[in-house]
Design a protein around this ligand. Structure first.
Ligand SMILES: [Zn+2]
Length: 166
């Protein structure tokens, strides 16, 4: 728990999923003191919240994905995912948690697509992975193919390594 300089608990206001310079996923945890209004943000390695999250929270990315689900589906998904997260003794619903419901269904990567991802510069790799998995999930597919990569690349990867690869 974070305590503000004024002596009150700080409340978790939001969590952003980001990539650090090596491409590892990080969480940027925003907290606010509701007494004096002080706001702070802390970067931690993903899933290592160090007690900085004071209640069950959805990351901005996971919330965004939930918002785009059909209205009949969203409440069911929310309930199921939150149950799973609580059962694991965790407090954060991440984009990954949302992609892997209890059914155990995971996004699968074609070996060639996985190999190409390794050529993506480290600083954008984690976000590229998320963007690809997000696109696949939006289309109701659970497999990342080179074809999908090519398509998303045009929109998302402006990076030289990927261009040389093509
Ligand atoms: Zn305060």
């Amino acid at each position: 728990m974070l305590t503000c300089g004024c002596g009150r608990w700080m409340h978790t206001e939001g969590i952003e999923e980001r990539a650090d310079e090596d491409g590892a996923l990080q969480w940027f945890i925003r907290s606010e003191c509701r007494g004096c209004g002080l706001k702070v943000g802390v970067d931690v390695p993903a899933w290592r919240t160090h007690g900085l999250v004071d209640r069950l929270m959805w990351t901005d990315d996971a919330l965004h994905r939930l918002d785009r689900m059909p209205p009949y589906l969203a409440p069911l998904v929310r309930q199921e995912v939150e149950q799973d997260v609580r059962a694991r003794g965790e407090r954060v619903v991440s984009y990954d948690a949302l992609l892997c419901p209890r059914t155990g269904e995971r996004i699968e990567w074609e070996p060639e697509a996985e190999r190409r991802l390794e050529n993506v510069p480290a600083p954008v790799r984690a976000m590229a992975r998320i963007e690809l998995e997000r696109t696949a999930a939006d289309r109701g597919t659970s497999r990342i193919t080179v074809a999908l990569m090519e398509e998303v690349k045009a929109k998302y990867f402006g990076m030289s390594n990927v261009k040389r690869e093509a």
